[in-house]
Design a protein around this ligand. Structure first.
Ligand code: 13P
Length: 282
């Protein structure tokens, strides 16, 4: 079914698992993600930046998520990632997105609360879930760079106030992960995450999932991470496979011969991540 973020994260909480939130960059990549989720019988969150949503068309994304959720009998959420602008949020909700993230992380604390509240009030009228961020995740996301000097981690006390004041459904935390980190792995602040989990009783979201070691996945899930964002790993997988195919294949072959191997790569990465996120003790 086509569902909200709130619904899948509630289910994940009961099962002590995380739901993979995968960034699609174009229309082509999207079915491969849902197919992988269908085969693994796991809910999935498709997320798009505002840039991708405007490029592909919000309504096209909504239509595909809805039809594939039925075809593959799997819960699918369509989520707008890192929206800083209220107009972008309104556009996505009007087109039928079931979840949005308001990213006020670069704003002063009180302004972040005010902006987030405004989004929650609007989204609630449509039954749409809201994620917001407190603290800043480093690295590069959709061309926006946050340098290490600008990074500040989530303060558990602030998190308590932020969640109580805003009424959000999920909180993105800054605990040492970085967007776009694919050449190395990061050191996660587990103690900070533990403190946040103790003070806040809503599902927590991890950004910059590409840079997280496999061996840390279980630890962060056991400490309350319920939405696990992965973007760059898919992009790198697609781009490397694509380069290989275009270099190898003749220029007058069907375009599918270059694209299908990339889709298989996406399915493989997403399946592997979903299995990790199920957090099943072997
Ligand atoms: P990565 O691209 O680093 O995996 O992060 C994705 C993300 O957090 C999207 O918001």
């Amino acid at each position: 079914m086509y569902v909200t973020l709130k619904k899948v994260l509630k289910d994940a909480d009961q099962l002590n698992m995380a739901i993979g939130a995968f960034n699609t960059h174009n229309l082509e990549m999207l079915p491969a993600i849902i197919k992988a989720a269908g085969k693994q019988k796991s809910p999935v969150i498709i997320q798009t930046s505002c840039g991708t949503a405007n490029y592909v068309g919000h309504k096209n994304l909504v239509a595909i998520c809805k039809s594939m959720a039925e075809e593959y009998r799997v819960d699918v959420v369509l989520h707008l990632d890192h929206a800083k602008d209220f107009g972008e949020i309104r556009k996505a909700i009007s087109a039928g997105y079931s979840s949005v993230m308001f990213d006020g992380s670069s704003l002063p604390f009180k302004e972040n609360i005010l902006g987030t509240k405004q989004v929650v009030n609007f989204a609630k009228e449509y039954g749409v879930s809201v994620e917001a961020e407190l603290g800043t995740v480093g690295g590069t996301e959709d061309g926006v760079v946050v340098s290490q000097d600008e990074v500040f981690y989530t303060d558990p006390k602030d998190a308590l106030e932020f969640v109580a004041e805003t009424g959000i459904d999920a909180l993105a935390v800054a605990i040492g992960t970085n967007h776009g980190q694919y050449m190395s792995k990061t050191d996660i602040g587990f103690d900070r995450l533990k403190q946040i989990k103790k003070t806040v009783d809503i599902p927590l979201v991890l950004h910059g999932g590409t840079g997280v070691k496999d061996s840390d996945v279980k630890k962060v899930i056991d400490l309350g991470i319920r939405k696990f964002n992965v973007g760059t790993e898919l992009l790198i997988g697609w781009n490397r496979k694509s380069k290989e195919c275009y270099d190898f294949n003749k220029e007058n072959i069907s375009n599918r011969d270059n694209v299908v191997p990339c889709l298989e790569k996406i399915e493989e990465i997403v399946s592997r991540k979903i299995i990790l996120f199920k957090n099943i003790n072997e």
